[in-house]
Design a binder for this molecule. Structure first.
Ligand code: ZN
Length: 278
């Protein structure tokens, strides 16, 4: 199909017309599916469920089948949404989200359902999800995990707060010209952040501003000594080589007159330090 000959105006008008026809067809399709389900025709066609019929019999992808089924059942339950599907203020994606909410929160009351549906009219998927969260009871956050797919690839599942996601999206948009994958972007951020965090914690930027010649008998460890201890011990626990929760440990305890000097300090991880104190 070659549309190069169309004027801009015709192209826009035709597209608008097609969208409206597409919605019309979607609505008709939902009615057809509703009727097939009512007659349980899918089992006549040797499918175990409507879902199976949509996927295997009609060739929809699983998510697409789910969206249509949710919408079809909502249309059966609340016929008044027909017009809103037709004019596009409710789309299949949002209907599917709300269908899942009604099910998971066991919302039965039709008035309540209509009330929620009105709030998600003309919303994007993200806006819709946000609105629906208001009607979700305190479900515990899903478990976080890291799964290894192959030697190099891992899948991480994290629960992130709104602010973190906004920061992530902001960096993503700043770097959008670079067309980075999430992995490449996070890799870049971590490589930038790690030295900064390390410098801050282990004072790797410390300079000889005041002479550290006379190691003082105070608990306070000067930044320059922290830097020297960290570098001498290679940023690892001197007992187990670990790097989790590192602390500066006085070999001869401060309470027994131990100095805060390079000689008397070492890096220990929290567990080794705890074991030592026992
Ligand atoms: Zn250790």
């Amino acid at each position: 199909m070659n549309l190069k000959h169309l004027t801009d105006k015709t192209l826009i008008l035709d597209t608008k017309h097609l969208v409206s026809r597409e919605r019309d067809i979607t609505l008709k399709l939902l009615h057809h599916l509703k009727e097939i389900e009512r007659r349980r025709l899918f089992s006549e066609l040797k499918y175990g469920s409507m879902f199976e019929y949509l996927v295997k019999g009609l060739g929809y992808s699983e998510p697409a089948a789910n969206r249509r089924l949710h919408a079809c059942r909502l249309l059966k339950d609340l016929p008044q949404i027909e017009e809103k599907i037709a004019n596009g203020s409710l789309n299949l994606t949002n209907l599917s989200l709300i269908g899942q909410l009604f099910k998971s929160e066991n919302i039965q009351d039709k008035k309540e359902k209509i009330g929620i549906l009105e709030k998600i009219e003309n919303t994007t998927k993200r806006e819709c999800e946000k609105e629906l969260l208001k009607h979700t009871q305190n479900t515990p956050p899903p478990k976080e995990n890291i799964r290894q797919l192959n030697t190099d690839l891992h899948v991480m599942k994290l629960n992130l707060k709104e602010e973190t996601v906004n920061l992530f999206n902001e960096i993503k948009s700043v770097l959008s010209h670079n067309r980075l994958s999430n992995d490449e972007m996070m890799n870049r951020i971590f490589k930038i952040a790690l030295p900064i965090i390390k410098n801050k914690k282990f004072k790797l930027n410390a300079k000889f501003t005041t002479p550290a010649a006379s190691p003082s008998i105070t608990r306070y460890v000067p930044n320059i000594i922290k830097k020297q201890v960290y570098e001498r011990d290679g940023g690892k626990c001197t007992k187990c080589n670990g790097s989790y929760k590192l602390e500066y440990d006085h070999i001869k305890p401060y309470a027994m007159g131990g100095e805060s000097s390079l000689k008397n300090l070492r890096l220990l991880c929290f567990s080794c330090n705890q074991r030592r104190l026992k």
